[in-house]
Design a binder for this molecule. Sequence first.
Ligand code: C5P
Ligand code: C5P
Ligand code: ZN
Length: 460
Amino acid sequence: MSETMAMMAERARECAEEIRKHDEIQLVSHIDADGITSAAIIAKTLERAGIGYKMMFVKQLDETIVEKLADINPKLTIFTDLGSGQLEHITNYGLNAIVSDHHRPQGDTKFHLNPHLFGANGSYEISGSGTTFILATQLGDNRDLADLAIVGCIGDMQYRKHGKLVSLNKMILEANPDIISPKKDISLFGKQTRPVYKMLQYSSDPFIPGLTGKEDACIDFLSRVGLQFSNDEKWRRWIDLSEEEKVKVTSSLLQHSMQSGMSSYNIGRLVSEGYILLAEKEGTEMRDASEYSTLLNATGRYMKAEIGMQVCMGDRGEAYREAQDLLSNHRKNLVDGLNFVKDNGIIELSHLQYFDAGNAIPETIVGIVAGMSHSSAGNRKLPILAFADKEDGYKVSARGTQELVNRGLNLADALNIVCQELGGAGGGHDIAAGATVPFGKKEEFIQKLNSAIKAQLVKT
Ligand code: C5P
Ligand code: C5P
Ligand code: ZN
């Protein structure tokens, strides 16, 4: 066990001791895949320990929600995948709380479990679900929940930095080879659930020139590779292909990508380590950590996190079917969002680029669209900022690259500095962060953030 893991386990043991003193606990979690898996891990753990709970999912934690919680006045609240950026509010309102999170901490509290406190970076070494899994293992034999821990960190794209899971995430993986199996494979969405040509046609991250969005071209490409139909003439899914066929298609795809002028960065992303959940049925979204996390995002980001949570808790009936419906809607919204950015363009300043989606893209997915536009077709020399309208201001999502982070970029800090000057609240990670900016302050915000980022990059 690494020193960091041992320190986190020790802090988790202290938190577990506090949890055992209660018979009814308020849970609060984030609406994305990492938040939903975190919620399911702690809820299952409490169920097994015979402790009752109430669940609350939130888009983000702010003072209003902390105040609302203080009114409910639970004896103990467990925050998962959020809270570390709002410790001041939690303390000010006198909540007895356990915070199991991986966002950059602002302030501290007694029962605070966060990798940043023990020398690890919560943007790629462990996520909210992994952190909460460590807590769960201190409350009983909950090792079987390791698969949810991996789904959460995949949802948060923690494999991005190294093209695979590393550090604490890898330790969780390697300690549970009977539960999750890593496999180097093509990285496109839909390996478990889509006919191969559909998998190619709907590939949006990365965008494959000549294939993405073009059904005939995809069918044509596969027949040129010599991919046979199955006996009943039905297209097979990627998982139905033999290893030999997979190699053939993959190498032709790499060749096609080079010839069509794709960047080496994007070509490199076509093959990566994927994670198979061995307890799940083949051909379902849950078998593949990446598809599973997208299924969960498709629930939570449309205010249906409870549905995703039920799937994580084992529902393969009604909740699963509803999640599948939400998934097709989500995928459509992502494609529409990417097209909006393509059609409307991105404005470049000296140290950032941005687009304003207004109300054309829901604020809960504008960050995903920003990330996809950035990696698929954007200028990767500058961080990207996306705006979308919200009831109480503008939602801002910011995404950087590892190279920029290495040069000093820290988007969570930059957003915080500017929010302190202009009002609003933000936080997140060095490579990806978000905030709400007050109405009427968008232009000022952009200029100030441009300067803040310039200062970060100059320092190094
Ligand atoms: O709330 P939170 O921690 O869950 O979200 C993390 C966000 O950071 C995700 O939207 C993820 O896509 C983004 N991210 C990224 N690049 C990375 C790591 C995370 O864009 N290398
Ligand atoms: O919302 P978005 O996907 O852009 O969020 C990126 C990261 O910033 C996430 O980790 C999210 O939890 C965090 N964030 C935050 N405060 C906000 C908005 C986002 O800490 N107001
Ligand atoms: Zn998270």
